[in-house]
Design a protein around this ligand. Sequence first.
Ligand code: G3D
Ligand code: MG
Length: 178
Amino acid sequence: MSKEAVNYQQNYVLKVCVVGNGGVGKTSIVMQYCDGVFRENYIMTIGSNFAVKNLPLPDLNTYVKLQLWDIAGQKHFSFVRPPFYRGASAIIYVFDITRRDSFLDIPNWKTEVERIVSDKPFILIANKTDLADERVVSKKEGETLAKEIGALKYFETSAKEFDNIDEPFLFLTEKMLE
Ligand code: G3D
Ligand code: MG
């Protein structure tokens, strides 16, 4: 726990898994949220990435350390994934608005995750809104899917333009603390 955390009455470490097909922007979203830097040309995620965000919530007198686990989306890594889901307090499902396959795969990801963790809050993120010209999944479709799968909320983001990146994490953190 950081020095700053001792000033707060309550301290939590919360694990959040970021899940979705390869290339949808999971690593980019996490990197943006954690240090505000968008790096072009990531090497393909092998297994998982891990990042920590310190999130002081003065109004709640609470200090949250968010452990963000970014799971590799490539299908051939499926055998390594169950341990990464274990102990998650919340899940973020991500698809890419320019790739319908990534949208259609969301229910499959949910099935995979829920073999390991269930009854945890989750949200749906549609990423890459900056690529409006290449968009193939509408906002309406995204919202409908979010409702169908029981997501608490639907967000649209651009990791590239740092658009709406803080909001999903803050929303989910507040839900986890409820
Ligand atoms: P992943 O972790 O889900 O596999 P990455 O996805 O974060 O590695 O991102 C995959 C590619 O999409 C990367 O491009 C990254 O730069 C790009 N990307 C991520 N988020 C956005 C976004 O919001 N807008 C746009 N335009 N691109 C984004 P490369 O070219 O490095 O493969
Ligand atoms: Mg990645």
